[in-house]
Design a protein around this ligand. Structure first.
Ligand SMILES: [Zn+2]
Length: 425
């Protein structure tokens, strides 16, 4: 087993599966979840997970039922939801079956095209976002081959079909992506929200690596789902949510927090405030009921990222209101000028003082004057600065809840460690 596979097993476990609501199989933790609905006339599969797991998903589906797969639905085109089709298609070809219908929103085609254009870039950026899992093999995220939809849902249209004893209602709402579909099965009272619900994490909105997401529409999607009054919610990631009360709570708290972030940022934009002021004010007013809520754990997305998401919807890249920042000099050249005013030891001494006072973020800014300056004037001071920064980052990483933020900090620690090793040798 490769180290990546081992790391993935550690992260994603052995895909426990759960059968619920008569004839629905939920494969949990196959990076993204996969749901399979058995009807008298064959299977409907909602999401396919990651390309790296296609065999294991297929084996689990076949343990559940040997019926022909008639429909595959993509909740959206992220690589962990729509790429794990290889074994399914092999079986179709081997048995001479008719190809299943693939249903997706029209925007998924632009997404796949974008992934092809930016293939190497996406591999690089995903390896940063998911770095603690290990290096994701290129084939895991590459969109060079995709299984494209045969039934395309346009604009805000809904789509309904029947198979055997069940009806399947599909709806489009923007949220984590612009190509989202969610599904409701009225006879079973089950909602399949795709990544519009990851249980129990805070919505992944404002991801520091990725393109714009849609907080307001996310809230609206939750409200539309609430109208279905479902008994089960089979989320895109994380465990099944069972019981009307729990389903209502999981959806309504997400709607509430998305409205809250959106409305409070918009209010401050209308007050003529720049990003820094908005961000720090928003941190102060985050209500306790959201902070502690069991369905809003900031384990992946988090409130701090969501503030960026709303701001970026309405604002360009000039975010500080300070003309110095319009066409800035290189950061290493700026650091050099600070070092010309005062030597490295003074900055290190000051950073140590801030560190002792628990002002970790300020200590990092001061240490960067030494670390990112283009020349090393005093090797031992430079090494001390690197190791203090590394210690501070480790403390921040330990205290950090968001998987994405943790990885960003950890990537910084690794880079510093490489720099320290290089200088010591
Ligand atoms: Zn996604």
């Amino acid at each position: 087993m490769s180290s990546t596979e081992e790391a993935m097993n550690q992260w994603f476990g052995n895909f426990p599966s759960k059968t619920f609501a008569d004839d629905t199989c939920f494969l949990i933790g196959a990076w993204a979840n996969v749901s399979v609905i058995k009807t008298e006339e064959g299977l409907v599969v909602f999401d396919l997970s990651n390309r790296l797991f296609h065999r294991r998903i297929f084996n689990k589906i076949r343990k559940f039922s040997d019926k022909q797969i008639r429909f595959i639905i993509y909740s959206h085109g992220h690589f962990d939801h729509s790429f794990g089709y290889a074994s399914i298609i092999k079986e179709v070809n081997d048995k001479g079956w008719e190809m299943p219908q693939i249903i997706a929103h029209e925007n998924i085609l632009n997404r796949f095209e974008k992934y092809r254009e930016l293939d190497k870039y996406h591999n690089w950026i995903n390896n940063q976002q998911f770095s603690s899992i290990g290096n994701i093999p290129k084939e895991g995220v590459s969109a060079h081959d995709t299984l494209n939809p045969t039934i395309i849902i346009h604009g805000n249209n809904n789509y309904e079909f029947k198979l055997g004893n069940y009806s399947f209602e599909l709806y489009h709402d923007k949220g984590e992506t612009d190509d989202s579909l969610w599904m409701f099965l009225p006879e079973k009272e089950v909602l399949f929200p795709g990544e519009l619900v990851s249980n129990p994490t805070f919505p992944n909105v404002g991801n520091p690596f990725k393109v714009q997401r849609y907080p307001k529409q996310w809230a609206i999607a939750m409200e539309k789902m609430l109208e279905k009054d479902a008994k089960f919610l089979a989320p895109g990631h994380g465990p099944l949510i069972e019981g009307k009360k729990n389903v209502q709570e999981a959806l309504s708290i997400r709607a509430e927090v998305m409205h809250f972030v959106y409305d409070e940022v918009v209010k401050r934009l209308n007050e003529g405030k720049w990003f820094e002021q908005i961000y720090h004010e928003m941190l102060e007013i985050y209500p306790e009921k959201f902070k502690k809520h069991k369905y809003l754990n900031p384990a992946y997305g988090c409130y701090r990222f969501a503030i960026h998401a709303v701001y970026r919807l309405f604002h360009g890249w000039y975010t500080t209101g300070n003309p110095t920042d319009l066409f800035p000099a290189k950061s290493n050249e700026i650091a050099e000028e600070f070092l010309a005013i005062n030597d490295e030891k003074k900055y290190l001494f000051h950073a140590e003082k801030l560190y002792k006072q628990g002002k970790l973020q300020l200590a990092l800014h001061i240490l960067d004057v030494i670390i990112i300056g283009s020349s090393i004037k005093n090797k031992s001071t430079f090494l001390e600065a690197c190791s203090l920064k590394s210690r501070i980052l480790m403390q921040k990483e330990a205290e950090e809840s968001s998987f994405i933020a943790k990885n960003i900090i950890r990537n910084g620690i690794h880079e510093l460690q490489a720099k320290i090793d290089e200088l010591k040798n």
